[in-house]
Design a protein around this ligand. Structure first.
Ligand code: ATP
Ligand code: SF4
Length: 267
């Protein structure tokens, strides 16, 4: 295997995007998964590295839970989500004996695994590597950024919900990006209103516009608002391709728009 300084297994990866959120449950894994599907839909090859070690939910969202990863001479082979190998995934979920086993590890062990994921997964040719991180700005984030930075410049997509408390957490994320030299690709406001499937009226359950206002205030791009969409929840639970199967649902245009903006800002 090549050494880290020679780019090794990430040599043929175009862009690396970290998906960050100040707190849990705001939809970071959802955004990571749907972005991967939308970029695939735009003809791109995408890898997902799930370093949310305590809550690896992406295998289920892509219906590949329980699959095994195997080792080859150059490292770990990721799990391919589709037959044409346009989405590949590496997650600690594949290394647990049972899908709901808990990872009760101290920081150094987690950091060692993250470093191993970054150097040892054989991604091959990718247009994007999307890294789904744990909530907050912990040791794992610093470890992820420090291990990835020697390879290429890193971009960050920040996910928030519209409430003030979540927005406050994003301010801390922005500070983290500044201190660690991450380029902020933009902010996504998730769970931004609920569009009634019967009357198409939008109800702003958690208020609206906080993410956009924060982006304006911080001078970073705002990528869009994703509404709460029961079809999105359902497709994530069943591991279906929301972008392919639900083009008429309320979250679809928002996710497609966000993916397009990412393409515009990274190429
Ligand atoms: N826009 C949305 N519409 C409907 N359901 C959503 C939306 N965004 C997220 N969800 C649902 O909310 C739940 C939490 O989302 P998700 O797991 O992506 O959050 P997270 O920020 O990654 O959480 P954590 O990092 O704490 O694991 C999931 O069940 C997901 O299906
Ligand atoms: S108008 Fe209100 S109650 Fe009636 S279908 Fe729409 S959201 Fe539901």
């Amino acid at each position: 295997m090549e050494a880290v300084g020679e780019r090794g297994n990430l040599a043929r990866v175009g862009h690396i995007l970290l998906v960050l959120s100040g707190k849990g449950g705001v939809g970071k894994s959802t955004v990571s998964t749907e972005l991967a599907l939308a970029l695939r839909h735009a003809g791109k090859k995408v890898g997902i590295l799930d370093v949310d070690l305590c809550g690896p939910s992406i295998p289920q969202m892509l219906k590949v839970q329980g699959k095994g990863v195997h080792q080859c001479d150059s490292g770990w082979v990721p799990v391919f989500v589709d037959q044409d190998k346009s989405i590949s995934l590496m997650s600690i979920g594949f290394l647990l004996e049972k899908p709901d086993d808990a990872v009760v590890w101290r920081g150094p062990k987690k950091n060692a695994l993250i470093k191993q994921f970054i150097s040892d997964v054989t991604w091959g040719d990718l247009d994007f590597l999307i890294v789904d991180t744990p909530p907050g700005t912990s040791d794992e984030h610093i470890s992820t950024v420090e291990s990835l930075r020697p390879y290429k410049p890193l971009g960050a997509v920040l996910v928030t919900t519209p409430q003030a408390v979540s927005i406050g957490d994003v301010r801390r994320e922005l500070m983290f990006c500044k201190k660690t030299g991450l380029r902020v690709i933009g902010i996504v406001e998730n769970m931004s209103g609920f569009v009634c499937p019967h009357c198409l009226e939008c109800t702003n359950l958690f208020s609206k516009g906080g993410g956009e206002e924060l982006a304006r205030h911080a001078g970073v791009p705002f990528l869009g608002c994703v509404p709460l969409d029961p079809q999105l929840t359902q497709s994530l639970e069943e591991g279906r391709d929301f972008i392919q199967e639900f083009p008429k649902s309320s979250a679809f245009p928002a996710l497609a728009h966000i993916a397009q903006q990412i393409l515009d800002r990274t190429f």
